[in-house]
Design a protein around this ligand. Structure first.
Ligand code: NAD
Length: 442
């Protein structure tokens, strides 16, 4: 099939490469000329395991190409995917300006049937807006080629995006006619060989499904973080509680890790956006507000722990392990590391930091700061620090040489924002250890 994808971010690029891998001819359009130039030279601008090879293989095979020429993109694909960003606007609602731009572009250039599919996470009702935008652009040209609009939200996880796309738990297809459903069923057939994972439904339900999935997961995390806060005050160990409740199949072990709050480009903005949509429709979403409120508070917990330990943080140096919002990505959007670093800087402390993949992103965001040293490796980030904080649970941070660490650090204080260490072991090794919700030992 001939496919065009607007947006070459985490979702658009993975979608484009994975669809090309099964034999489709894919053109990816982006307004970011630098990004398109880098991709055209085989340079993948984001870190996602396996993506470099997948992109290179399909570019070399002539099935995947990149352009800033939107008209050429509209001319290429019978299927046109919208995979641009939908960040929060100032009110917390999803900012649909990029989605509207693409819809307008398609309407301004299309000359024959197009199926326009929103893959971006968009509020319920956006497909109607996409349809109206395309129709207005066609009317301005006094032409009327047929088109359909569909919703096909994406559920991939950064860090395991290719696997998630190639072997999806489900493919949600929101349509209002059989023609659109048939095209999408055919497109996803190669990913459905063992069993049909397509769930075809009305467009509004498909749009809501994406938010519902993210809100459920975000709720689990915030619930666990709330329990961790309570655990701290009651002298219990939330890790014992976690292992015990996870054994109940109705709860399960996924997404019940206590920590320093969720970040990333999806959960925070999607919780806010669904809350905003709810309010627009006259419903006060008490639980959604609480999920966000608990998370905002939790993202301060590392800073507050340091402050409680040291009192005044002015002049202190804090080491940070992990800057990405989670392991296996370079994405730092709304990452807890940013909340921590910004609070430390405001308090007059300086930071030494290391992340296996997010150093480029950290340089882009904070490269001109004099109170941040970006280090080449984990041990360098611990050199001379008053405390070391684990913010992201990358594998390489799990078993450091604690003897060496202790000699490098000015003070042996570890704040473990992901509960990856054994408190008792670290104490025996001579560290002051703080975890999340582990007051039994704090
Ligand atoms: P991103 O910010 O990484 O990428 C968006 C890209 O769109 C950028 O490269 C930008 O230059 C481009 N763009 C903007 N306007 C454009 C236009 N008019 N034409 C062509 N390109 C344009 O975003 P992302 O993380 O890939 O997310 C995209 C969407 O997918 C969002 O709605 C997000 O909520 C959703 N989503 C993201 C993930 C994830 O893990 N990142 C997972 C599922 C769904």
């Amino acid at each position: 099939m001939r496919i065009t994808i607007f947006g070459t971010g985490y979702v658009g690029l993975v979608t484009g490469a994975c669809l090309a891998e099964t034999g489709n001819h894919v053109v990816c359009v982006d307004v970011d000329a630098d990004r398109v130039a880098r991709l055209s030279h085989g340079e993948v601008p984001i870190y996602e395991p396996g993506l470099d090879a997948l992109v290179a293989g399909n570019v070399n095979a002539g099935r995947l190409s990149f352009t800033t020429d939107a008209a050429a993109g509209v001319a290429h694909g019978k299927l046109q995917f919208i995979a641009v960003g939908t960040p929060s606007d100032e009110s917390g609602a999803a900012d649909l300006q990029y989605v509207r731009q693409v819809a307008d572009t398609i309407g301004r250039h299309m000359t024959e049937y197009r199926l326009v599919i929103t893959k971006s996470t968009v509020p319920v009702g956006t497909a109607d807006e996409v349809r109206a935008t395309i129709r207005a652009a066609l009317e301005a040209r006094a032409v009327s080629p047929e088109f359909d609009v569909a919703s096909n939200p994406e559920f991939l996880k950064e860090g395991a995006a290719i696997e998630d796309f190639m072997k999806p738990d489900r493919v949600v297809i929101g349509v209002d006619n059989e023609r659109a459903a048939d095209h999408l069923r055919a497109l996803y057939a190669p990913y459905n060989r063992s069993r049909d994972r397509c769930m075809v439904m009305d467009i509004r339900s498909a749009e809501l499904t994406k938010y519902a999935a993210n809100i459920m997961l975000a709720a689990k995390v915030s619930m666990m973080n709330e329990l961790a806060q309570i655990s701290d005050r009651l002298g219990a160990d939330i890790e014992r509680v976690r292992t015990a409740i996870g054994a109940d199949h109705r709860i399960g072990y996924h997404f019940i890790y206590p920590g320093c709050g969720f970040g990333g480009s999806c959960f925070p903005k999607d919780v806010r956006a669904l809350g905003s949509t709810s309010r627009q429709h006259g419903y006060q979403p008490a639980l959604l507000d609480a999920i966000e409120g608990v998370n905002t508070r939790q993202k301060r917990v590392l800073f507050e722990r340091l402050q409680a330990h040291f009192g005044d943080l002015a002049g202190r140096t804090i080491g940070i392990w992990g800057l990405a919002f989670k392991p296996n990505t370079d994405d730092m959007r709304e990452a807890p590391s940013r909340t921590l670093m910004e609070a430390l800087w405001a308090a007059g402390a300086s930071v030494r930091a290391f992340d296996p993949e997010a150093m480029g992103e950290a340089r882009r965001l904070y490269g001109d700061r004099t109170d941040l040293v970006l280090c080449d490796n984990a041990l360098a980030a611990a050199e001379g620090v008053d405390a070391l904080v684990v913010v992201t649970e990358w594998h390489i941070f799990r078993s450091p040489d604690f003897d060496e660490l202790k000699t490098l650090m000015a003070r042996p204080v570890i704040v473990d924002g992901r509960n990856i260490y054994e408190p008792e072991y670290l104490r025996r090794e001579g560290f002051t250890y703080y975890g999340i919700g582990r007051a039994a030992g704090n």
